[in-house]
Each structure stands twice: as C-alpha cells, then as structure tokens.
Design a protein. Structure first.
Length: 216
C-alpha cells in the first residue's frame, strides 16, 4: 500500500525538502518509509483528535511531524537502524503532541485561568506533587490505541487547554513540571486544568466506564 495513499501528505516532497545526497539515501528512505507506514493510521488518528477533526489542520500537523522526523533521521538524532515499530510509533505520536502544542502556542495565548497550587481531583488541598496520582487518571485514557467514539467525543468537547493537559500528562505520562514548562504556566494551573478535565471526562463517560466495569 502506498504510504499516505488518499491523504494530502506527500512523503516524497518531505524527503526532497530535507534530503542531502549521500551514499545511504536509498537505504535511509526505505527504512523511514517502512517504519512510518506501519504507524500512519495511529498518527493520523492522533492528529485528528488533537485538531478536533479539522482535516486541514490534521494534515498540516502530520506533514510537520514527518518533516521533523525525517530531519532528525538525517541528522542522526533518530537511529532508524535500531528503531522498532513501537519505538517509531511512540516517537511520532510524542512529536505530534509537542508540535501541536507549539502550533497552538504560536496562534493563541493560553488563558491561565485560576491557579490552585495544591488542588487535587476532589477539590481538597493536598501535598504538592509533580506527577499525576494513579487514582486521578481515568485508566481508559491510557489506552491510546483503542479510543472509542465516546472517548474521542468527550476529549474533543473539553476546552483546548484542558484537552492538551490531558494528552500531555495522562496519555503521554509526562510530569506536571514538564507540562508547566511546555505550556509556560505554573504547576498549580496544570493541576487545576487536569482536575477540571478529569471531572468533566468522568461525568461524560460514566456510562461508558460502567459498561466496561472501569468504575463501580
């Protein structure tokens, strides 16, 4: 199957932009195409989720991710000779999320909202932590390969800043400190956005979670 068949993204044009003439160009291209072709569906789904179904934005995001990935390959920052499918998938999805955050930041200043330095899921104050507590994270959010329509819809309905916080911390497993640095906001604001997002997701997905016995 031709890579990205039916999509607007042109892998050949991406390679032309970043390629340099070396003896290993053909070998590098072959490895890149093989690994990326195995992850294209996951990458496209992630791009569409991040862009809330906006196909034009999703295609732009995919192209930017692939350009960056191939450039990293050319510069020796991504060793394709040792990369497995899972490693390639993780690398591309991680790049997609980070790039979307960069794109969003360039076009819209984040509204920090209220800052509560010690806010926990229940609203009470607790000890500061740079990691999400396991009990706070809806478990089904961690299953990034099997987002159902209900979950995708619930995520898409979240305000932008809350949705990105969920992807960055709950899905990617990044720390509050990393999220605060990426979004240029206080850690307390990261916690408050996650708390509100998780509460909203639980309410929207209560029946979904009960059917799958994820919650009582």
């Amino acid at each position: 199957m031709e890579l990205f068949a039916g999509h607007d993204v042109s892998l050949l044009s991406i390679m032309t932009i970043t390629d340099t003439q070396t003896e290993k160009v053909s070998e590098r291209r072959t490895r890149f195409v093989r690994l990326v072709s195995e992850t294209e569906n996951d990458l496209l789904r992630t791009a569409r989720r991040l862009c809330r179904g906006n196909e034009e934005q999703a295609q732009d995001l995919m192209q930017e991710v692939l350009i960056r990935a191939y450039s990293a390959c050319c510069k020796g920052q991504w060793d394709l000779s040792r990369a497995t499918f899972l490693q390639a998938r993780a690398y591309l999805l991680h790049t997609a999320t980070n790039q979307y955050i960069n794109m969003y930041w360039r076009h819209k200043k984040w509204d920090a909202g209220f800052t509560v330095d010690e806010l926990t899921l229940g609203g009470e104050k607790g000890p500061p932590s740079t990691h999400a507590a396991p009990s706070d994270v809806p478990g089904f959010l961690l299953d990034t390969e099997n987002f159902g329509e209900d979950i995708e819809g619930a995520l898409a309905a979240l305000p932008e800043e809350q949705r990105l916080a969920v992807y960055f911390v709950d899905v990617q497993g990044r720390t509050y400190e990393e999220a605060a640095e990426a979004f240029e906001i206080p850690i307390g604001t990261v916690r408050s956005r996650l708390a509100r997002a998780r509460n909203s997701l639980r309410e929207r997905l209560r029946s979904f979670a009960q059917e799958r016995r994820l919650i009582p």
